[in-house]
Design a protein around this ligand. Structure first.
Ligand code: PLP
Ligand code: COI
Length: 366
């Protein structure tokens, strides 16, 4: 025999569950086969810098912006962006991974392009707000998908003369995503092509600005045409050392040591930084240093790492100029260290393992 209170509570829970189902049905998303792409969500958040200060946070349902035809972002590439993810965990809680690091990095990119930095507190407040507003788009635990958060800042002052803007627009959009590389956690082939550079030696490589990606598009398309997932860029000065791996950092395991290229033309990856910490926790030595191309003949594992790429193991690296093929995954499978790092990182992000470094921010109540 149930009490009236129990019956009411049960009915209410059923009702909540029904509403949730209706909402999920409305979305009609096959979470487990999501690509890494854009899908409209309910809201984005915006903030404008005018008259020397940042204004109020605005919530928008519009997918477009009204931009002056002479805006500095359109003509002179004053655009910077970020990428981070939120996850629905095993315990049902929503976690956003290391957003303070992205806040710091976009401020650094702003300084690199003579733009006005978004204050860290404003950045984090807007990340939290946009996640809350789009909570129904956070993929369920177990789907393998996540909510990708894409903050961007653009110069909006009209100027035909080459100078930095005095006014800026900072926007954060979100979209649910699946794996970046179609192969997911299956080792993929990449290539070296010396006729392309992503950035200049003392250029913008360490900043996350759209221009770096447009500069890399030709090589990316060329690599895809040849059947490769990505280009492994070499240092733009000497073409001697490994640099970025498409839109991700590169790493390898050599005789039990985690090695990753260190250079001024590489974006300091939050994922790579986290993996290096996990390695140290696991007693694995870390070396961030120059890595020559021929050193690839002596590595036992290799991978690309980044927010979108997570950890994408590499099967083979083909040097298209010398004809040398560096077969890394000899059995075609991800190596043991890459696999352990992948699972450890994911487990922290999904709340399956203790977050000993305090990397996650829990967004309460959604
Ligand atoms: N390098 C480039 C060029 C990138 O676009 C990204 C992606 O953000 C990364 C590296 C990885 O950085 P993170 O791990 O912070 O996403
Ligand atoms: C990310 O990993 O967040 C990125 O920004 C890569 C993206 C350009 C695909």
């Amino acid at each position: 025999m149930h009490s009236v209170f129990e019956v009411l509570t049960t009915n209410r829970m059923k009702h909540v569950e029904m509403n949730r189902n209706i909402m999920e049905n409305e979305l009609n998303i096959d979470w487990s086969s999501l690509p890494f792409g854009y899908m409209p969500t309910d809201y984005n958040v915006r903030c404008y810098y005018r008259d020397g200060k940042w204004g109020e946070i605005e919530v928008s349902t519009s997918e477009t912006i009204d931009l002056h035809i002479a805006a500095t972002s359109l003509h002179y590439g004053q655009e910077i962006f970020e990428g981070l993810k939120a996850f629905r965990g095993k315990d049902g809680k929503v976690r956003v991974f290391r957003m303070e690091e992205n806040a710091k990095r976009i401020a650094n990119s702003a300084r690199g392009l003579c733009m006005v930095p978004v204050p860290e507190k404003l950045f984090c407040e807007m990340v939290e707000k946009v996640i809350r507003l789009n909570a129904r788009f956070i993929p369920p635990y177990g789907s393998g998908a996540s909510l990708y958060i894409r903050p961007l800042e653009i110069g909006i002052t009209p100027s035909v003369g080459v100078r930095s803007a005095t006014e800026y627009c900072f926007i954060i959009l979100v979209t649910p995503v699946g794996p970046y590389f179609k192969t997911g956690f299956k080792p993929t082939n990449i290539c070296i092509m010396r006729q392309y550079d992503r950035v200049a030696p003392q250029g913008t490589g360490r900043f996350k600005t759209g221009g770096n990606y447009s500069a890399g598009m030709k090589s990316n398309e060329h690599a895809h045409e040849l059947g490769y997932s990505s280009v492994l860029f070499l240092d733009p000065k000497e073409k001697k050392y490994l640099d970025e791996c498409g839109p991700a950092n590169f790493f390898a395991i050599k005789n039990g040591v985690y090695i990753t290229p260190a250079s001024d033309s590489i974006l300091p990856s939050v994922t790579n930084n986290s993996i290096m910490q996990l390695c140290r926790d696991m007693g694995i030595e870390v070396q961030a240093r120059h890595i020559t191309v021929d050193e690839l003949a002596h590595v036992q594992e290799a991978g690309a790492c980044g927010t979108a790429a997570v950890i994408s193991p590499i099967n083979e690296i083909d040097d298209l100029d010398t004809g040398v093929k560096y077969k890394v995954a000899t059995d075609g499978q991800p190596g043991p260290v890459s696999t352990e790092l992948y699972h450890k990182l994911r487990a922290i992000q999904l709340g399956e393992e203790e977050d000993t470094h305090g990397w996650n921010t829990i967004i309460e109540g959604i």
